[in-house]
Write a protein that binds this ligand. Structure first.
Ligand code: PLP
Length: 593
């Protein structure tokens, strides 16, 4: 991967870079389809399986396009959760293939869904709120269409995983039991009970354990059977939503970053639970649908960021002892810190005590700036020593993890956490991160990664490490060569949830195809220019240029700023508007000027 990044940089691409590998999407789709095919074959399930991709997880045209292309044999469905997503689905989906319409709907949304049906697409409108149903029925009657309708169930079960609140009876979505009955009445009154084709539930994203899902499957299957009893004879699809988890920390464990089951076990659970209840009732098996989002796209992309420097605090030089006599307490604290005896934890305590004492003596005016700088340099040297000493412990003593975290250096990387890794900031979601080069060298440093936003939240202090989460990232001594980090499994949700904090825009994205072990760039999508992000917050290029020229004119009139200088400033300003929002190497600035 390091070689690939070096080649990309030689070709003129600049980190931060999103690298997408569409072939991985194909592989993921195939794994999911095969797991269901095998579960169906093993249990003689007669309803079949249909996958659908929820567009909201990554709406990029190239991504949705790759998904549809790679799933042409299976005819993957698309799930839309809003009007814009429906408009994508309607334009991209192949004729007669499935579109599931979720989300809150107004008349325009429903009208668009009916138009998609008229265009030959297999559209199922899933009613999430009861008042959508009469609106749909009247619009369909006007258009002389028989709509295909689904109902989203608000299950009583607890849901599972980090996003469990999107299911269960307190959830924001779906119809309660009473509302289901009202929906059936309404459909019956409109002679449209035969239009009810699907029952949907979503038990939460990143479901880490199958047990709660099994309960939801039982509850939903019972609901489906009851609805059939009430006359919904065409109710032949059970859509079990998304939630198939990704093992972000590699632990295969019961953490919100992982999962306790395999893909095969997930498919088998769905098929088993549904078939056993249907068989017991002597009813036909419904077609099973899933809306697996993150399990489809998370793996296919990674973010490459370049380390641009380190925080110098741990590398301060040892200063000369100040001429003024030291307060006794400070002298004692320094002696303790410099004592070679004691455990790591004791040494850490002494260092912390020195830090606090130095700060309070300075605030109360008892030591000068010179003495403070000297005491701080002793503190940092002691920290560095402690850091090296702690590495020799294979079985770290109690408290060593905190020590590691405390002693980790901060390195800065050229990216915005808010733009490229928003879930880490917003919901403490960790992603695997590792250096992309020198993997045959022992990493000597323990680091935290700070981004380039002016925000102290823009920092990574938790890292996926050897099937657990650690408080630092092992990294190599920096040298005069570029140092890149890969942040993996970022293909789901991160690109679209990212925001423009500090006006750092979309990074460049590159699609890579690998054939016979050789990687080549298939497509390149330029990230946002400064002008683009400024226009998103209402600044138009000409307006900005007029303001710059007016400021120059005023300086010229009042302080005789030469006109040639003003022209130079304006030209540079205009050039910068078309530049990258991230830091650029000096050479590329020179090239562009
Ligand atoms: N379907 C629905 C209705 C959802 O709300 C979601 C996400 O929350 C998904 C599918 C995709 O979930 P995931 O990405 O966990 O598979």
């Amino acid at each position: 991967m390091g070689d690939l990044v070096n080649k990309l940089v030689e070709q003129g691409f600049r980190p931060p870079l999103v690298l997408r590998f569409p072939q991985i999407i194909g592989h993921r789709l195939q794994l999911i389809q095969t797991a269901f095919d095998e579960a169906i074959a093993a249990t003689d399930y007669r309803g079949g399986y249909q996958g659908a991709y929820p567009i909201k997880v990554n709406q990029q045209q190239r991504v949705v396009g790759a998904i549809l292309e790679q799933s042409s044999a299976t005819g993957l469905g698309l799930e839309a959760g809003s009007k814009p997503e429906l408009m994508i689905a309607m334009a991209l989906q192949k004729r007669s293939n499935l579109i599931l319409c979720n989300g809150f709907k107004d008349a325009e949304y429903l009208q668009t869904a009916l138009h998609a049906q008229l265009l030959g697409l297999d559209v199922i409108v899933i009613i999430e709120r009861l008042d959508e149903l009469p609106l749909l029925l009247s619009l369909a009657a006007e258009a002389e269409l028989r709509p295909r309708i689904g109902l989203r169930a608000r299950l009583r079960g607890p849901g599972s995983g980090k996003w469990a609140a999107s299911s269960g009876d307190r959830s924001k979505f779906g119809l309660t039991s009473a509302e289901m009955l009202s929906a059936v009445d309404l459909l019956r009154q409109n002679q449209a009970l035969d239009c009810l084709h699907l029952l949907h539930f979503h038990a939460g994203s990143q479901i880490n354990d199958l047990e709660p899902l099994r309960h939801s499957l039982q509850e939903a299957t019972r609901l489906l059977l009851e609805l059939r009893q009430l006359g919904a004879h065409n109710l032949d699809n059970l859509d079990i939503g998304g939630g198939l988890a990704v093992d972000y920390d590699g632990s295969q464990g019961n953490s919100s970053l992982s999962k306790t089951y395999t893909l095969e076990e997930y498919a088998r659970a769905a098929v088993d639970e549904v078939s056993s209840l249907c068989d017991a009732a002597g009813e036909a098996h419904p077609r099973l649908l899933t809306e697996a989002g993150r399990a489809t796209v998370a793996h296919h992309s990674l973010l490459v960021v370049e380390v641009i420097g380190e925080d110098g605090t741990l590398h301060q030089r040892h200063l000369a002892e100040p001429s003024a006599p030291l307060p006794t307490a400070l002298q004692q604290a320094i002696d303790e810190v410099q004592s070679p005896t004691g455990s790591l934890a004791q040494k850490q305590k002494h260092i912390e005590a020195l830090e606090q004492l130095t700060s309070s003596l300075f605030k109360s005016g008892q030591i000068s700036l010179e003495t403070r700088a000297w005491a701080e340099s002793i503190e940092r040297l002691a920290l560095n020593k402690l850091r090296l000493e702690s590495r020799q412990h294979d079985a770290p003593p109690m408290g060593i993890a905190e020590l590691d975290n405390h002693l980790a250096e901060t390195w800065y990387a050229n990216f915005s956490l808010f733009q490229s890794l928003p879930d880490h900031w917003a919901i403490d979601h960790d992603f695997p991160i590792m250096p992309l080069q020198r993997l045959d060298e022992r990493p000597e440093h323990r680091v935290h990664i700070g981004d380039i936003t002016c925000d102290s939240d823009g920092e990574i202090r938790r890292f996926v490490a050897d099937q657990r989460v650690a408080g630092f990232l092992p990294a190599h001594q920096l040298n005069d060569k570029p140092y890149y980090l890969g942040i993996f499994l970022v293909g789901a949700y991160q690109e679209i949830l990212g925001d423009l904090h500090n006006l750092f825009g979309d990074p460049d994205a590159i699609e890579i195809q690998v054939e016979d072990g050789v990687a080549r760039v298939d497509y390149h999508d330029s990230g946002n220019s400064i002008e683009e992000v400024l226009s998103q917050v209402g600044y138009d290029e000409e307006f900005l240029m007029r303001r710059i020229m007016a400021a120059g004119q005023a300086e010229h009139e009042e302080r005789q700023l030469p006109l040639a200088k003003i022209r130079l400033i304006a030209e540079q300003y205009r050039r910068d508007l078309s530049g990258y929002t991230y830091l650029e190497p000096i050479e590329s600035r020179e090239e562009s000027s």
